[in-house]
Design a protein around this ligand. Structure first.
Ligand SMILES: Nc1ncnc2c1ncn2[C@@H]1O[C@H](COP(=O)(O)OP(=O)(O)OP(=O)(O)O)[C@@H](O)[C@H]1O
Ligand SMILES: [Mg+2]
Length: 273
């Protein structure tokens, strides 16, 4: 099964992806996290995976054979990018890892954060990466593609997704892309849109008491912060090929491992608050 998790920068993609990973790791014989920004080591601390730092030396020395051996010895692993540019990460790491994973027997889950660098719209997508995305139904290789740049992701890869988990977007280019993916008003994904008419009732927000609001308008997805400006959760819409749709709020999600994402520094105005 192939899924896409996308939202604007800072929405909480990597956090939610880690929660998805944690929830699914036991279902697969192997797990590979292609950790572009070194954020998933919490999975290592909690015992879900080994940590392997992939620098120029490893990228050079490891081909498909070596990765096969490596994955046999380390079936659950977070591969952390260290000092490699996007192209090397794509061509010399993601590609042979994906090929190795497919050649080995058993099931696998591959998580690809910053997936627009691994399957870019401009330039070529390596065979192994393409193969991972186009893996037929019924095969045991699942993948989760994570990006904040929908418009920069390869079309053939995007077209293979069997489910999508989409959060908030503010740029008109991204929202236009969202429109081409979803079957409800795209403005639900625009946190600045307020209430959106003509939205399916099933995407209505569920309040703290567990009841769904009534009425024809559905609030656009929101991101939630505490008093210090830290993100404490965000809303998403899950949709799959069967037509199932669900509004999700990650304030209701708990995971065991810690996520080491960067909050991003605030800028305060010199006049003071
Ligand atoms: N449900 C949540 N509970 C607690 N913290 C959260 C939650 N969701 C997101 N965060 C925090 O918000 C910050 C931003 O999240 P994250 O790094 O996942 O964003 P992102 O969408 O992957 O951003 P980028 O596009 O920069 O990669 C992180 O510090 C993360 O730990
Ligand atoms: Mg991220």
């Amino acid at each position: 099964m192939n899924g896409l998790l996308a939202a604007k920068s800072g929405w909480g993609k990597s956090w939610y992806t880690q929660a998805w990973t944690e929830a699914n790791v036991d279902e697969y014989d192997r797990l590979v996290v292609l950790d572009f920004k070194d954020e998933y080591r919490g999975l290592v601390k909690s015992g879900y995976a080994k940590h392997f730092i992939v620098g120029p030396r490893e990228a050079e020395a490891f081909g498909v054979e070596e990765w096969m051996q490596f994955l046999q010895q380390n079936p659950q692993v977070v591969l952390c990018r260290h000092g490699l540019d996007e192209e090397t990460w794509r061509e010399e790491v993601a590609d042979p890892v994906a090929k190795a994973n497919r050649r080995l027997a058993g099931s696998s889950l591959t998580v690809i954060d910053e997936a627009h660098f691994v399957a870019p719209q401009r330039g070529s997508v390596p065979d192994g990466v393409k193969g991972l995305a186009t893996t037929g139904r019924g095969e045991d290789a699942s993948s989760l593609w994570v990006t904040q740049r929908l418009t920069e992701m390869d079309e053939t890869v995007l077209a293979q997704m069997m489910f999508t988990i989409l959060g908030g977007f503010t740029s008109s280019g991204d929202l236009a892309k969202v429109k081409s993916i979803v079957e409800y008003p795209k403005d639900l994904h625009n946190p600045q849109a307020g209430k959106v008419s003509h939205s399916p009732e099933e995407l209505q927000r569920v309040d703290a008491s567990g009841t769904k609001a009534k009425g024809g308008y559905v609030p656009a997805l929101e991101k939630f912060t505490d008093d210090d400006g830290n993100t404490v959760g965000s809303e998403w819409i899950y949709a799959d090929e069967s037509g199932e749709m669900e509004r999700k709020d990650t304030r209701n999600v708990s995971m065991e491992s810690t996520h080491f994402g960067a909050q991003g520094k605030q800028l305060k105005s010199p006049e003071g608050a």
